[in-house]
Design a protein around this ligand. Structure first.
Ligand code: PLP
Length: 389
């Protein structure tokens, strides 16, 4: 029998699954409820919050890509974060999170800590040795990793930190949204859970909000599924179907995202208006070697620093190929100001601690023609330089 790669198996998930009319592409099951044979005999499904065949196909594909159990599919990425946290912690447990994680994730943990649902410890995971030593001291229940981080693209050593976390008795969850499952597989590096905002690269078309949790072990997958149903965080069938359709082109899209990101980075590097460029593909990036080792590519996300708000405004004013918008990972190029947009939930001192400056811009480089993006960025930088002059 031919050995089929993870990628091909994931891309082909659900094809020829329909037995009613022989459709190649799977149908969408929108029914909220399923017929029982007798009151005590149900078929495979009973109620769509608890289980839905279309949602299960997406879960299967993501589980294959991440090398874990079938994913639990949630209505949003934050639904996936919430489900994972509540499933894995009890009141009073200690949770360690990165100092520069996604603003919404930070807000959830901060609010849960304020309400004494958990003890929160914020660590700089890019200092692997110091963070590992703190984990040994703290003995947390859950360690939350996000690599590359949002918005500074810092890289965390998943394997080393997971080993330290496990030795301290903790479970490890890794948010893999920035890389997508075709560029990094945290479960293969030892993590217990992978989280996705499928809103981003997995769906890839900026038209569905969704999330996923993939567990390495069946028992943890069952616990996550139980909590998703109990909390009511599971996703809808139409969303799952669209996301599965998007996932089928993920490897192709990611190649173009990366080609374009590399060209944009080249345009930014050394430009008089640019203070710093954060992209793990750059040899001088502090996490470059680690990213080259634990990722299969450097992704389509990058950030860079201009001198301040006036230069930012000049750069933005006139862009033709980058929409000023939050989110990321879609086919279209986006620019965002993390301090005022995605990370606005973080108070100024927390932003400073995380390295988010007023001049920082984040790009989600899309799959448009490379030359168009480069020309657009070059013109924006000329406008920013004129303000600085
Ligand atoms: N994790 C990361 C890294 C994100 O960037 C986001 C959203 O931007 C989320 C989680 C939350 O996902 P959603 O917006 O789908 O709820």
């Amino acid at each position: 029998m031919t050995e089929i790669s993870r990628l091909t198996r994931a891309i082909r998930t659900g094809l020829e699954w329909d037995t009613s009319v022989g459709a190649v592409v799977p149908p969408i099951h929108v029914s909220t409820n399923y017929r029982f044979e007798t009151p005590d005999r149900r078929g495979g499904y009973d109620y769509s919050r608890s289980g839905n065949p279309t949602r299960d196909l997406l879960g299967t594909a993501l589980g294959i890509l991440e090398g874990g159990q079938p994913a639990v599919i949630t209505g949003t990425g934050m639904g996936a974060v919430t489900t994972a946290v509540l499933a894995c912690t009890e009141p009073g447990d200690t949770v360690a999170i990165p100092h520069d994680c996604y603003g919404g994730t930070w807000r959830l943990f901060a609010r849960l800590a304020e309400r004494q649902h958990l003890e929160l410890v914020v660590l700089n995971f890019t200092d692997t040795a110091a963070a590992a030593a703190r984990l040994r001291e703290l003995r947390p229940t859950l360690v939350w990793l996000e690599t590359p981080s949002n918005p500074l693209l810092r890289i965390t050593d998943i394997a080393t930190l997971t080993e330290a976390a496990h030795a301290a008795g903790a479970l490890v969850a890794a948010d893999n949204t920035f890389c997508s499952p075709v560029r990094q597989q945290p479960l293969d590096l030892g993590a217990d859970l992978v989280i996705h905002s499928t809103t981003k690269y997995v769906n890839g078309h900026s038209d569905v909000v969704g999330g996923a949790v993939v567990a390495r072990e069946p028992e943890l997958a069952e616990t996550i599924g139980y909590w998703a149903n109990t909390l009511g965080t599971t996703g809808g069938a139409l969303d799952a179907w669209l996301t599965l359709r998007g996932l089928r082109t993920l490897p192709l899209r990611m190649r173009q995202h990366e080609q374009n990101a590399a060209a944009v980075v080249e345009t930014l590097i050394g430009h008089e208006a640019v203070g710093a460029v954060h992209y793990p593909g750059l040899p001088e990036h502090p996490g470059h070697e680690l990213a080259a080792r634990q990722q299969q590519g450097f992704g389509g996300m990058l950030s860079f620093e201009l001198s301040g708000i006036p230069a930012v405004e000049a750069f933005l004013d006139g862009l033709a190929c980058f929409s000023l918008a939050e989110s990321l990972g879609g086919t279209e190029s986006l620019v965002c100001h993390p301090g005022l947009m995605t990370h606005a939930a973080m108070p100024p001192e927390v932003q400073r601690e995380a390295g988010i400056t007023p001049g920082l811009l984040r790009l989600s480089v899309g799959i448009e023609e490379t030359d168009d993006l480069v020309t657009d960025v070059r013109a924006g930088l000329a406008r920013a330089a004129a303000v600085d002059a």
